[in-house]
Design a protein around this ligand. Structure first.
Ligand code: AMP
Length: 234
C-alpha cells in the first residue's frame, strides 16, 4: 500500500530536538514521505560535504568536528544562510526575508540558544518538536544493537532479530557490538544532550512554538507527530 500523503496548506518550518538515539533521522524520513512539500537540511551533512570538498569552511570546521566539539556559531550560520539562498528561499541580497512558501525540517541546527536567536532573525520557525524517549529505553535499545561491520547492516535482538543468532542474514558473517555503542559512552552522550539542549528548549518554550511528543519507539511517536502537523498546517 502506498504511504498516505498530506498537503500542507501553510508553510511549516520545523525543527526536531531530541537526544541521540531517539530516532530524529527516522522521524525526518517519515515526515518527508508524508508531507512531500517538506525538504530537509542537515547541518552535519552540509559540514561533512564541505570537509569532503576541502572548502575553506570545511578545512576550518574539520578539527572541531573530529574532536566532537561544536563548530563556531558564525561558521554554521554562514553555512545555513548560504544553503537557504542556494535553494532560493532567501533573496541573495537579504538575510531577513524567507520565501513565504518554503517548508522544511532543520536537522542538527540550531544546537544552542545563541544559534536559535540568530535563526529567529532570518527564519521564523513555527514548529519545534521535542522528541522524548526515556533514557533507560534508549540505553536498552543500544545494548541490544548488533552490526555487520563490512556492510553496516544493523540488527536488534529485541525487534530486528538476525535469522541465525550472532550472524549477518546475507553473508552469514559474525555480528559485533560497536565500541562507541558502549553503555558508558551513551550515558555520557545523553548527559551532554540534557545539558546543552536545556537553553534551546526553553528558548522555544518562551516563543510558544514547542510541541513535546513522547514514546518508547519511533512507531509510537510518528502518529502523534503527524496528527499535530496536520492539525496545525493542513
Ligand atoms: P551531526 O551529524 O549533526 O551529529 O554533526 C556532526 C558534527 O558537525 C557535530 O559533532 C559538530 O561538530 C558539527 N555540527 C553539526 N551541526 C552543528 C551546529 N548546529 N552547531 C555547531 N556544530 C555543528
Amino acid at each position: 500500500m502506498a504511504p498516505a500523503i498530506r498537503q500542507l496548506k501553510k508553510a511549516a518550518r520545523i525543527i526536531l530536538i531530541g537526544a541521540p538515539g531517539v530516532g530524529k533521522g527516522t522521524q525526518t524520513e517519515r515526515l518527508l514521505s508524508r508531507f512531500p512539500e517538506l525538504a530537509s537540511i542537515s547541518s552535519g551533512d552540509l559540514l561533512r560535504e564541505n570537509v569532503r570538498r576541502k572548502t575553506s569552511l570545511g578545512l576550518k570546521a574539520e578539527a572541531a568536528m573530529q574532536s566532537g566539539n561544536l563548530v563556531p556559531d558564525s561558521m554554521i550560520l554562514d553555512l545555513i544562510s548560504s544553503e537557504f539562498k542556494s535553494k532560493g528561499w532567501l533573496s541573495p541580497a537579504s538575510t531577513s526575508s524567507i520565501s513565504s512558501s518554503a517548508s522544511f525540517i532543520l536537522d542538527g541546527f540550531p544546537r544552542t540558544a545563541t544559534q536559535a536567536s540568530s535563526l529567529d532573525t532570518i527564519v521564523p520557525v513555527n514548529f519545534v518538536v521535542h522528541l522524548v524517549t526515556p533514557p533507560s529505553v534508549i540505553l536498552s535499545r543500544i545494548a541490544s544493537r548488533w552490526v555487520h561491520e563490512p556492510s553496516g547492516r544493523v540488527y536488534n535482538t529485541d525487534f530486528h532479530v538476525p535469522k541465525v543468532p550472532g550472524k549477518d542474514d546475507i553473508t552469514g558473517e559474525p555480528l559485533v557490538q560497536r565500541d562507541d555503542d558502549s553503555i558508558e559512552t551513551w550515558k555520557q552522550r545523553l548527559h551532554k544532550f540534557e545539558e546543552t539542549s536545556k537553553a534551546l528548549i526553553e528558548h522555544y518554550q518562551r516563543k510558544g512554538c514547542l510541541y513535546r511528543v513522547e514514546g518508547d519507539s519511533s512507531d509510537e511517536i510518528s502518529p502523534q507527530l503527524f496528527a499535530q502537523i496536520e492539525r496545525q498546517f493542513c
